[in-house]
Design a protein around this ligand. Structure first.
Ligand SMILES: [Zn+2]
Length: 195
């Protein structure tokens, strides 16, 4: 345990002395003095809220490269939220970013990276929002960093139908398929009424 805290502190120090610089895995391993260095870096990010990014966050980075973007701590994001709450929220949100609509496992249209979902607060903690699951939602890394601009307003059914009506039949069928998967019970009831 003291070893874990020691290597985390060494890494924290090193990152904070090299803000904005690309640090590679060989360097970080040496600094931490442990083969567990990658886990310690994750803890710095997820538990302490250090704004450390990787190739998953920015396409100009290679695997094994890390940057501490600034000394500002990330808002209490993912931090302090239990695994159970996390999975309740992700499940409720259909593993889909509630700001831009991308789903986990897809490639993000903004940067072509695999979508990573985080848990974000609907009302920010600084505004008095709680960690209760009712105040949480799934948000992708791109939206979390404010990089994507496609987030502003959630589209309503009028706008969506305008788009869908103009789309080719094959695309409309994909939408239908997605909706049926999302609403299996409602779909069945709806088809029954049509008969
Ligand atoms: Zn998003």
């Amino acid at each position: 345990m003291p070893d874990k805290i020691g290597s985390r502190a060494k890494l924290r120090n090193y990152f904070q002395k090299h803000v904005g610089k690309i640090l590679d895995s060989a360097t970080l391993r040496k600094v931490a003095g442990t083969s567990e260095w990658a886990r310690r870096v994750r803890e710095l990010r997820n538990e302490e809220g250090l704004h450390i990014i990787t190739h998953n966050d920015r396409s100009d980075l290679k695997p094994g490269q890390y940057i501490l973007i600034d000394t500002k701590l990330l808002p209490a994001f993912d931090r302090g939220i239990s695994k159970e709450t996390r999975s309740i929220v992700l499940d409720r949100n259909g593993y889909t970013c509630q700001m831009c609509g991308v789903a986990a496992g897809e490639l993000h249209p903004f940067d072509g990276r695999k979508v990573r979902l985080h848990i974000g607060h609907i009302i920010d903690k600084s505004q008095g929002g709680s960690d209760d699951s009712a105040n949480l939602r799934a948000v992708c890394s791109v939206c979390n960093e404010g990089a994507s601009n496609i987030t502003v307003n959630r589209p309503d059914s009028v706008k969506l139908l305008m788009q869908i009506r103009r789309a080719p039949g094959s695309e409309q069928l994909k939408v239908l398929q997605w909706l049926i998967t999302k609403f299996p019970i409602q779909s069945k009831e709806f088809v029954k009424k049509l008969k």
